[in-house]
Design a protein around this ligand. Structure first.
Ligand SMILES: Nc1ncnc2c1ncn2[C@@H]1O[C@H](COP(=O)(O)OP(=O)(O)OP(=O)(O)O)[C@@H](O)[C@H]1O
Length: 554
């Protein structure tokens, strides 16, 4: 059972405590019943009544303490387990390689750490209540056996028959639950499409109508399935109550016929059977909860297993790269994407290389090339986000390997074309506040955004403005190599000019090495070297042209 597998570590640490407290809680509950029965049978004996009253209070006190402990500890165990799992998932994601992460579904990981983790943490304490109810049922059943073995066997017979019918029906309930889960997932995807593509939806009434009717159809199917599931569920609940009434009937009508017992014992047995109603319905309602918790545990374990299988290079046992280097080299680097994004199976995977390239410290390298020619892939190889299939990426004489790649990557600040702007300056060890203020001014963002405690006051900005903030964050990282993937593409002519004529020269003056993908031929003179990508092949275009004419910013 996946839920037990998941909670194994937390439960086994305290297994004995859980068992003892569960037994105490179940037996104290059954003791309340036994004391009531005993007191009712000795109404006219004053001393006996007093003793029963004391035992009654003691049994309730024991029940309160043990039940409270069980519920608190169950919540704690489930929350701690989910927290540890979340931590493991975050750690594995941090250590995973980009190539591997691109193969996984981020939507699935996201759903797991949010929806499934929440469902699981909420369900497990309720399951504990069901478990405790099961223990109590066992104690009451033993009590009934002590009163009359005939009543015990008849009770077991009816409970087993009822449970078998219930189990057979709950398979169908579980199937329906899985189907409603699937439909809910589809509905969420549909809503996401509608909201993410809101502009596109607003621009085309047919698209809007088609999406709307798809969502309405899905919602309708989901409603039907939910009603069907609720019907099955209600049927199960009524069936279990009828089974319960039959059980009471058997105690009252059949037991006295089959066993030689007095009216007082029949009364005690019937009270005991009535006492079972609450716990038995708790146990019954625990079955779908268990199914639900199992499904959530399964989803979480699946994501964890997928992440565990990814390459997780050992880090820490190597000499780190230093910011001081002379040359970055790509030697006969080759790389293939596993398969083209969205390509049909069997279609050609995109291939890069063999690439040979050198860039010396402090130089500016421009990379040009058409759409899909492999420029971003080359940048990912140069920054060790992808590991080459053949050849080597070297910093001076040291080869970059999966083991030392993180230290190599820490020499770079990068702005990808699909860059994600973090609201906080994560990764900037010490913020140079004077420079931050100066950069906000230089990139003309100071009227829009302030830096408050390492956080940008807002990131609700235009695409170009967000890229300018990303540039400020990247420059504050103070890394020796800067990589920009079509940074200027989102900027107006004035900010393009500023980027090529002010920012890049400033970075070069600071001794930074710059690698930029660009289409801005007007500014090619800024580069020391320019290389061109075509269908994954690199060719050198120009060399040594870093001085040229300077045009007006507009
Ligand atoms: N993660 C991936 N998995 C499979 N194929 C990929 C992946 N990333 C890119 N590709 C493929 O590799 C080729 C080169 O893509 P890349 O993004 O490197 O090109 P690019 O020159 O940067 O293009 P653009 O100028 O449009 O950004 C494309 O055919 C693309 O479909």
């Amino acid at each position: 059972m996946q839920v037990l597998q998941l909670f194994h570590a937390e439960l086994s640490r305290q297994r004995w405590k859980f068992m003892i407290m569960g037994a105490l809680s179940g037996s104290s509950n059954a003791a309340v019943l036994a004391v009531i029965n005993h007191a009712a049978a000795s109404l006219d004996e004053k001393g006996e009544m007093m003793r029963s009253l004391i035992m009654f209070v003691a049994a309730i006190a024991l029940y309160v303490v043990s039940q409270k402990w069980l519920l608190t500890m169950a919540t704690r165990a489930s929350e701690v387990t989910v927290h540890k799992l979340r931590e493991r998932i975050v750690e594995r994601i941090r250590r995973a390689e980009l190539q591997d992460m691109e193969r996984l579904s981020s939507a699935e990981i996201y759903a797991t750490v949010s929806r499934e983790a929440k469902a699981l943490a909420e369900t497990v304490p309720l399951l504990m209540v069901s478990g405790q109810a099961l223990i109590m049922t066992v104690f009451v059943v033993f009590y009934i056996a002590w009163l009359s073995m005939t009543a015990f066997f008849l009770l077991i017979g009816t409970v087993v028959a009822g449970a078998l019918i219930h189990l057979a029906r709950s398979k169908e309930v579980a199937r329906q639950f899985a189907e409603t889960d699937r439909l809910e997932g589809e509905l969420v995807d549909g809503f996401r499409d509608m909201l993410d593509g809101f502009k596109e939806v607003k621009m085309n009434s047919t698209r809007s109508a088609e999406l709307g009717s798809m969502l309405s159809r899905l919602s309708n199917r989901l409603t039907d399935r939910k009603v069907e599931t609720a019907g099955l569920f209600a049927g199960n609940l009524v069936a279990s109550q009828v089974a319960f009434f039959i059980m009471i009937g058997v105690m009252v009508f059949v037991v006295p016929k089959m066993a030689d017992i007095g009216i007082d014992k029949v009364g005690m047995i019937t009270t005991a059977a009535l006492f079972l109603m609450g716990p038995i319905s708790n146990v019954v309602s625990g079955v779908p909860l268990l199914t639900r918790a199992n499904a959530s545990a399964n989803a979480m374990l699946k994501v964890e297993a997928e992440l565990r299988e990814l390459e997780q290079p050992e880090t820490g046992s190597y000499d780190p790269f230093s910011d001081d280097f002379d040359v970055l080299r790509l030697r006969d680097v080759t790389f293939s994407h596993a398969s083209g994004r969205g390509d049909a199976p069997g279609e050609h995977a995109f291939h890069v290389g063999p690439v040979n390239l050198e860039i010396r410290k402090g130089e500016v390298l421009f990379i040009t090339g058409g759409n899909g020619s492999g420029k971003s892939t080359l940048l990912k190889l140069m920054t060790a986000l992808y590991h080459p299939d053949g050849g080597a990426v070297m910093l001076d004489e040291r080869r970059v390997t999966p083991e030392n790649a993180q230290s190599y990557r820490d020499r770079f600040c990068v702005i990808f074309s699909d860059n994600h702007l973090f609201r906080e300056l994560y990764g900037v060890e010490t913020v140079d506040w004077d420079e931050a203020v100066e950069l906000l001014h230089l990139l003309e963002m100071d009227h829009k955004v302030r830096l408050v405690d390492r956080r940008f006051s807002t990131v609700s900005l235009s695409g170009g403005q967000r890229k300018r903030l990303a540039l400020i964050a990247a420059m504050l990282e103070k890394r020796p190599i800067c990589v920009f993937d079509e940074w200027a593409a989102d900027q107006d002519p004035y900010f393009r000019w500023k980027f090529y004529r002010e920012i890049l020269p400033r970075l070069r003056d600071q001794g930074k090495t710059i690698i930029a993908v660009t289409h801005d031929d007007k500014y090619f003179d800024v580069a020391d070297h320019r290389v061109h990508m075509e269908e994954g092949q690199l060719s050198r275009v120009s060399e040594g042209s870093a001085t040229g004419h300077h045009e007006d910013p507009a």
